[in-house]
Unconditional design. Structure first.
Lengths: 216, 456
């Protein structure tokens, strides 16, 4: 699950270790109400934020259909937890090593095409996955909420690093979001801004691996 | 005042002004004629006993100088560096009309720096009075909050500062650059306030983690809001969200608080293009431009819509910037940002301005000069137009009144807001201003809070 230097550093911590600083909860909470039927789509690691949302939606009286997808079997986690708060759970893997082979958008489309009435879709995962979920639900006119993940610095609205454009307007994802209407999001801008420090991220990783090598 | 040479200092983050030697300090202190009227004291927003601390320097009684200075000013190492003394105490100095005012700011810095280096020589501080049993929550550990906290703890009240960031100091840490105000000095001053018995809680985002009403319901008898003006303003022109366009807050926070200049030892870099434009004319724009130079830019511009005479920045910082080679483009306003097709800014469409009649601020209004469009080749932009208060506190605090600009309404002389048991001071009330005026507001509010608590 670890991708860059910082998540790998976190991965090396043991129970009882500490980190310097932690704050929250920040941003606006997900809006929970009895919509009727909600489809929750979790892309990979995003089963973590989807889990409490699915649970709250279920507790509010919604029928909850969950889709959990990852690249391969190793990256699937919390399957039982998600199943326990959903009326139905579909698991997919890109390579077919577990569950149904394919992307999460396939079962999503099938549900929308079926006679199942869906009032809301909540999709969280890598930006490209959220973008394609938005594209999938758009023709059906189903309201779709996504949780945007631009780069952030302070998380309290003081710097504007997390600027996204939604419905033509600039918003700060850290205080106006992170939840936004998926059909209004400028996905290309989000993707471009997320690439700002690719070079530096690579350099930091190489530096760190080099240093680890010295002490390993 | 000795300074690093412009060509050298433009490449490093070390302090520009090197400070007085004891000989220079002694000489300058002897210039003060100890005039009976003491107009300098009135000119100081916290009413430091200026002639007294200067006399102590002159007499070689450094520990006395420290005691006198710190009696009124808890953060002299900071004020001595960033106060615009030229428009405050020094502007009132009796010697202003003669040779030159006494260099009060530089002497203040000298005393503060001496104390930092000679802690062992200082006598123990005045013991605190017996605890009053009252507790005050101070929100924000910038200059207003630190000053209010220091004054309240000296009266025997229990004080907790709630700071949203992971380190205390507020704008002193994230905004003012290392080369104007070394962060080690800021932490020294924060630690001094803590050493007086003030509790500093970090990572505490009031308005999210706790609301003001929750604090008042959970043991705090009064609240002081010192959360500053941390919401960035953008131009709102097309293309402003391209990569490489930063708010000054982000630029300065990554550089100074998060040490972008030490990447990869710190993981919070900046994309520093070869040609950088800082938009704006205040101290923040100067800071942003001078940081850009030090971060490795080849050409740095200040782009300002009025002329040199209207620049709101401190003259000293403008001169420093010019000496360091920053190019000033006056009477110029950006209208659009251009990108390279891959999401990165690579140009800025601008239009020339001319000055008309004064506007509400008293400065001549900039008017567009039709047909004067041109393009500047720029690959990084820092937008330093100003800041307003973050709406987080006002939007989560029932009963607090704000203006259209988002500033909290508070009595000018006491800092009292319309909400019961809540005071406010500093940039959250005035909009972006100075460190020292925030400190003055902190002092006045602390005095009023003290009165309120003792009458309960």
């Amino acid at each position: 699950m670890e991708v860059g230097k910082t998540t790998r550093e976190l991965g090396l911590l043991q129970t009882g270790d500490s980190i310097m600083s932690l704050t929250g909860p920040l941003g606006l909470p997900t809006h929970i109400e009895n919509y009727g039927a909600v489809v929750c789509v979790a892309g990979g690691f995003a089963v973590a934020p989807i889990m409490p949302i699915a649970r709250a939606m279920k507790q509010a009286g919604n029928k909850v259909i969950s889709i959990l997808g990852a690249r391969n079997k190793e990256l699937i986690f919390w399957e039982d937890e998600l199943r326990s708060v959903s009326d139905k759970l579909i698991v997919t893997t890109d390579d077919g090593t577990y569950g149904r082979k394919g992307l999460v958008t396939e079962p999503l489309k099938e549900i929308l095409e079926s006679s199942e009435k869906v009032n809301l879709v909540v999709a969280i995962g890598p930006s490209v996955m959220m973008k394609f979920c938005a594209r999938t639900t758009q023709p059906f006119g189903v309201k779709t909420i996504v949780s945007l993940n631009p780069i952030m610095v302070d998380g309290t609205g003081m710097c504007g690093c997390c600027r996204v454009v939604v419905n033509g307007q600039t918003k700060f994802a850290c205080v106006d979001g992170p939840d936004f209407d998926a059909h209004q999001v400028d996905w290309d801008l989000l993707a471009a801004r997320q690439r700002t420090y690719l070079e530096e991220e690579k350099q930091a990783m190489e530096n760190w691996q080099c240093q680890c090598g010295k002490y390993a | 005042m000795p300074r690093q040479e412009a060509v050298v200092r433009a490449k490093n983050f070390k302090e520009v002004a090197l400070g007085y030697t004891p000989e220079m300090a002694g000489e300058e202190a002897s210039r003060c004629i100890q005039c009976p009227k003491r107009p300098c004291v009135e000119g100081c927003p916290v009413n430091v006993d200026i002639p007294e601390f200067i006399k102590a320097i002159h007499e070689g009684k450094m520990t006395d100088a420290v005691t006198v200075l710190k009696d009124k000013n808890a953060l002299p190492g900071i004020c001595g560096r960033v106060c615009p003394q030229e428009s405050q105490c020094e502007a009132k100095c009796t010697l202003l009309k003669q040779k030159a005012p006494v260099a009060i700011g530089r002497l203040e810095r000298f005393v503060a720096d001496w104390e930092r280096q000679n802690k062992a020589a200082m006598p123990p501080g005045t013991p605190l009075p017996p605890p009053t049993g009252k507790k005050v929550a101070v929100i924000g550990s910038g200059p207003a909050g630190l000053t209010a906290a220091a004054d309240l703890v000296k009266k025997g009240h229990g004080v907790t500062i709630f700071e949203a960031l992971h380190v205390g100091g507020g704008v002193l840490m994230y905004g003012i650059p290392e080369f104007r105000l070394p962060k080690e000095i800021v932490q020294n001053e924060v630690n001094f306030v803590k050493s007086m018995g003030v509790e500093l809680v970090l990572d505490a985002v009031v308005g999210k983690c706790d609301t003001i009403d929750e604090l008042l319901a959970n043991g705090y008898d009064a609240v002081f809001l010192g959360t500053g003006a941390g919401l960035p303003m953008f131009l709102n022109v097309p293309g402003e969200n391209a990569n490489g366009i930063y708010s000054a807050n982000e630029w300065l926070t990554r550089t100074n608080l998060m040490k972008a200049y030490l990447f990869p030892n710190y993981d919070t870099p900046l994309k520093v293009g070869k040609r950088i434009a800082a938009i704006g004319g205040g101290n923040v724009a100067m800071d942003a431009a001078r940081c850009a130079l030090r971060l490795g830019a080849e050409e740095v511009y200040i782009v300002y819509r009025r002329s040199e005479a209207e620049l709101p920045a401190r003259r000293e910082e403008v001169e420093n910037a010019m000496e360091e080679g920053i190019i000033f483009k006056f009477l110029t306003n950006p209208t659009k940002f251009l990108d390279d097709g891959k999401g990165w800014v690579n140009g800025m469409e601008c239009i020339e301005m001319e000055l008309g009649e004064p506007d509400a601020s008293g400065r001549r209004r900039p008017i567009v000069k039709k047909g004067s469009e041109f393009v500047m080749q720029i690959n990084t932009v820092v937008v330093a137009l100003g800041t307003t208060p973050n709406p987080l506190i006002a939007s989560t605090t029932e009963g607090l009144k704000t203006t259209n600009h988002g500033t909290v309404i508070a009595d000018e002389s006491t800092g009292k807001t319309v909400k019961d048991k809540v005071w406010a001071g500093g940039d959250i009330v005035t909009g972006a201003a100075t460190v020292i005026s925030a400190m003055g507001a902190g002092k006045r509010a602390a005095a009023d809070i003290d009165k309120f608590l003792l009458n309960k």
